[in-house]
Each structure stands twice: as C-alpha cells, then as structure tokens.
Design a binder for this molecule. Structure first.
Ligand code: F6R
Length: 610
C-alpha cells in the first residue's frame, strides 16, 4: 500500500503534491519522492523516511513546474532506500505506482537481456522501462502505457508523465485505488480522496481496467483497449479527516474492513492455482533443507503470538513437523535447546519488537535458520533473518492489530502448505484444494463483515456494561478466543479471559454466573461436539451465551442466547472468519464506552523495550 498523487494545471505543483502526500502518509511512509516537469526536463527528488525528509531535500533543491507526480511508499519489493523510492525514471518516462506486479521477475529478466539498465529492486521500475521501450518506438505516451500494461500481471494504480509531453499525465488502475479530482483548468489524481479535498470535492473514482489521459482541461477515460468510457463525477461531502479514514470513525474499524484486501495482497503472486503450488522463492529453503527440518519454533508476542499458535496447528497438521510455540519474551531467557536442523519462524507485524528480535538473534547464534513474517519491509527482524515472507497488509495505524493478524494467518498457512508440499506430507490433490480454499477466503471474509456487523453492534450495546467477558474455543479457535479477549481488554479496558473450552472445568467455570457473557467459538469443525458440551456447561450455570457458529446450525441456535453465523468452510480457514465478529465486538464496546480506540492508554504500536 502506497500513496500516489498527480497534478496538471497552472499552479506550481510541488506544494500541492507534498500536501497531498501528507494526507496519504497513513498509506505508507518509508520513503517519498516527487517528479516535476520544469518546462524542459523532468526533475526528480526522493528521500528515505518520513515526508519531512523529502520536504527538507526540496527546500535545498526547489522544484518548479506545473505538471508533476508524488509518491509516499510502503515497500513491497526492495527495502526502503532512496534508490527504491518512487518516482522511477526510465529514459524520458517517470512513473509512480501502488500495487504489486506479479510477473516482474520475468519482465525484469527480459528487459535486462534487451539492454535496459535497471537500478532498483522494485517492480515499479520495470513498468517505467516497459513504457520507455514502447515510447522509443514512437508511440504517444498513452499508447506506450497501454502497450506496457498489456504485458503486466498484478495490481497497480499508476501515474505516468513524460519529458516530451508536457501537458498530460496518464493514469491507469487494476486492483489498487485511484481517483481523479476535477478542478478549474487544473486536474488532480490520487490514491485516495483525502489528498484531493483541499482543492476540489468533485471526483471520478476509476474502476479496474480503466485508463485516463488527464490534462488541465480534460479527462479522457478509456479501457486498456482504448474504448471510451463515461464515469460519473461524484460530489464528496466528507471532511479531510473523515476522508483519511475512508469515512470510518476510527482507523481500527477501517482496518477491520480492509482485511479482505490485505489478504488478497498477501496472497497475490504466491498462489499458483494453475499448477496447484505455492510460489516460495522468498522462503529461501531448498527441498533438502525442508526435508532436514527437525523442529519448528514459532516465536512472537501479543497478537502475533496468537497467529503463531494457529501456525503451530498448521505446521503440525499439514506439514507433520514437530512445532513449538514460544513467547518471545520467555524464549531467550530459557536457554532453549535449539540448533542446526531447527527452523525458527519469527512473527512480528512491526518487525521491530525487541523481544522477538532478541529471540530470533539468539536462535540464529545457536545455528537455527530464521524465517520472519513481518509487515514492514526492511525492518529489524527481517534484516537479521535468513529469509523473509512478508505480509502485504499495508501500514496498520490502529494500535490494536487486526488486519495484520489475519494477514499473518495467511502467510503461515502458505508457508506450511509450501513445506508440506516439499516434504511429502501432503498429496498434490490436497495442496490444490487448500490453495483453492485460501483463494476463496477474502470473499468469505467480506460476507462475514457485512453480514454480522449490525448484529455485533447490537450485542456490544447490550453487553457494554459487563465487567468481565469469557471467550472459549478449541483447536484452531483457541487462538481466536485468546485474540478476542486481548482485543476487548486493550481497547475497551474490560476484563476478558480467553480460555481453552476444555480447560474451563478445571477452574474458570467457578467464575460463571448470570452476569457473565460467554462468547463460544463453536463452528462446524472437528471440535464442534466437544465445544458444544462446554457451551452447555456454561449455559447450565446461567451464563449468557453468544455463539459464533456455522450458518444454519439449529442445534447451536437452540442452546445459545445469540448466534453470530459464519459461512461453512474447511477447518484451516475458519479462524479467518471467526475472528472478525470478535474484532468488531471489541471495537463497538470500546466505541460505546468512548475510549481512545486507535491509541488506547498505556500502549504503543511498536514495543522496543524488554
Ligand atoms: C495487540 C497488539 C500487540 C502486538 C505485539 C507484537 O493488538 O498489537 O499485542 O501484536 O506488541 O507486535 P509485533 O507484531 O509488531 O511484533
């Protein structure tokens, strides 16, 4: 996820672009850059880190001109660095891009063979070179963009300007957002509405497959094939702050609803559905190394630890490898018996959590191999790891992790399927069906988010005064129960416990009375019968039962006060769905209580102390 802006008109564009980027910084902030046409040539300034670094560069080297593009980056290919920052230039072409190009390695090899000088590690530079090659054949900018995009597979929103065509920008989109803002004798484009609202509230929201030539006085929208399209102009009534959160009240709620997109981006280019394989180049393990794995250690903290708990289940059930689950803060101090032949999977959204970093370093020193799963390219944990398998959820702004949790589940599931298909634990047919199932998850998540939201709002209203809440689950739903309790605790300050449903009778059942809401995760999986008994035990002691169950499960309806339904799916995918109503429940309880949802008390997004 990155932020892009473009301007064509009569004003000096650099301040407009910088202002737009500031309003898009929530989409990424590891580097930023501008390209401005000064009437003679394209001038590019880029800087690593927050936008203020770019601003200070520009104050040294001012950019004059009224055609320009700007970008704030959240790395997906290539670490944050000046050379990897956008805009990328090839010949007379400058490009900014938000998205992931799936076939960029193949295209890169072809471009290099044809003599292109590629200097960055990004997929975006490939687009710039492709357009440049077509432009050199004498094509107009829009035709060169069109020809280049026919070769590209993946997600993109791009804005392209050329040194030789001083009055236009060419934009195109597929699976990444792009809007055009309409001014008076000036036009704008951006990834998102907040970047435009200072200048105009008249916008055109482009659809996948759209391309547009934008000049100061005209916007001509076509398909990639060149067929003219008419798109409506919308008048936006949001304030700039509302717009940054896409109309949601808090970033956390926006991020909850962004999860299907976050999973799609994390899966993108990694599921080879045609051959029934996971593309695992980034995993960096040879077949022999996979076969030699003795034991897997999953190391993490907080929400990432609950994702790791799901990973333990995946690695054992699918890849049949002994797997240990480790709290990073305990792991190092225990002086664990670990060494060659062991694989450590270090999971951290930020990639900077000190406990996880120290645990991964200690394991590496003892000879284990370390693979990290992180959402921040080039962060500390990936940097010390032997390989990194990134989630592509985009920056998570709410302190309480939501979209990164489910993105981590998808990465762990892909990693375990990959290992299982290389160590012979799973047959090709089963691998293929898991891959097909995983590809369906984002759509099922959309259904759950839309289908359960109002019911969960009502539940949160009803139980907002509850002093304690118990969450019960088994198997793959135990980590979800623990995560549901953590979410509620951290943002609403309500005491909550997540518990293994089968352990309840060994103590916590004493807590149950008529005032206690018990949220029981009892979907139709291989634990349903046993969890159902635990639900009845709680019910018999007067608890209010809120069940999360598979749609149409009348038996569970009959024994619960409320049922939140999820669609029927295979065991492995259920946590992606059951966690959604729990995130929403925590959010709405906190919102009704009026807490600071995005920045709860005493917490920090990145914990760099032991
Ligand atoms: C809870 C939450 C924290 C983090 C934990 C680890 O919502 O966000 O529990 O999961 O601090 O952070 P990362 O994943 O960055 O290592």
């Amino acid at each position: 996820m990155c932020g892009i802006v473009g301007y064509v008109g009569k004003q000096s564009c650099a301040p407009i672009l910088i202002d737009g980027l500031r309003r898009l910084e929530y989409r990424g902030y590891d580097s930023a850059g501008l390209a401005v046409h000064d009437g003679t040539s394209l001038k590019v300034v880029r800087a690593v880190g927050k936008l203020r670094n770019l601003e200070s560069e520009i104050s040294q080297r001012p950019l004059a001109g009224s055609l320009g593009i700007g970008h704030t980056r959240w790395a997906t290919h290539g670490r944050p660095s000046e050379i990897n920052a956008h805009p990328h230039v090839a010949g007379k072409i400058a490009v900014i891009h938000n998205g992931i190009i799936e076939n960029y390695l193949k295209l890169r090899a072809r471009l290099v063979a044809s003599g292109a000088r590629i200097v960055s590690d990004t997929d975006t530079e490939i687009i710039a070179h492709l357009i440049d090659q077509h432009a050199r054949r004498g094509l107009a900018l829009e035709d060169a963009v069109r020809a280049a995009l026919k070769e590209v597979e993946g997600a993109y929103a791009i804005v392209v300007i050329s040194e030789t065509e001083t009055d236009k920008m060419v934009v195109a989109k597929n699976a990444s957002p792009l809007v055009i803002g309409l001014g008076d004798n000036e036009n704008f484009c951006a990834s998102d509405i907040p970047a435009l609202l200072q200048h105009t509230n008249r916008v055109i929201i482009l659809e996948d497959g759209d391309m547009a030539v934008v000049t100061a006085s005209r916007v001509a929208i076509t398909t990639l094939e060149g067929k003219a399209i008419d798109r409506h102009t919308k008048a936006i009534s949001w304030s700039p702050v509302m717009a940054e959160k896409a109309g949601y009240k808090h970033f956390m709620l926006k991020e909850i609803f962004e999860q299907p997109r976050a999973i799609e981006d994390t899966l993108r280019g990694r599921l080879d559905r045609e051959h029934g394989e996971i593309s695992g180049e980034e995993i960096g393990l040879s077949k022999q190394e996979i076969q030699d794995i003795q034991r897997i250690y999953l190391v993490a903290c907080g929400t990432s630890y609950y994702a790791a708990m799901t990973g333990q289940y995946y690695f054992e059930r699918l890849a049949r490898i002994r797997s240990n689950l480790e709290l990073a803060s305990e792991f190092r101090g225990r002086d664990p018996v670990i060494g060659e032949g062991d694989l450590v999977v270090a999971i951290s959204q930020s990639g900077e959590t000190l406990d996880t970093l120290m645990a991964a370093k200690a394991a590496k020193e003892k000879g284990a191999k370390v693979i990290s799963i992180s959402n921040v390219i080039g962060s500390a944990i990936p940097r010390i790891s032997d390989a990194s398998f990134y989630t592509h959820a985009g920056p998570e702004i709410g302190v309480a992790s939501t979209k990164c949790f489910t993105a981590q589940l998808s990465a762990l599931l892909m990693l375990s399927i990959y290992i299982a298909s290389h160590n012979g634990a799973l047959e090709a047919k089963r691998v293929k069906s898991l891959i097909e199932g995983l590809a369906r998850v984002p759509q099922q998540m959309r259904e759950v988010l839309q289908g359960t939201r109002q019911l969960v709002v009502n539940l949160a209203k009803r139980y907002v005064e509850a002093k304690d809440v118990l969450f019960l689950g088994r198997g793959l739903n135990l980590p979800v129960a623990l995560e549901g309790a953590l979410k509620l605790k951290e943002i609403s300050y309500v005491h909550a416990e997540g518990y293994a449903a089968g352990e309840m009778k060994h103590g916590p059942i004493a807590l149950i009375d008529a005032n206690l809401p018990v949220i029981v995760l009892v979907p139709d999986d291989d634990c349903r019968e046993r969890t159902k008994s635990n639900l009845q035990e709680a019910k018999a002691r007067g608890a209010k039962i809120i069940a999360v169950a598979t749609e149409g499960d009348e038996e569970i309806h009959g024994m619960s006060d409320e049922v939140v339904e999820i669609p029927r799916t295979d065991n492995e995918f259920i946590p992606f769905l059951t966690v959604l109503p729990l995130q929403l429940y925590a959010y709405y309880v906190a919102d009704f209580k009026g807490t600071d949802v995005d920045q709860p008390r005493n917490l920090a997004k990145t914990v760099t102390v032991e």
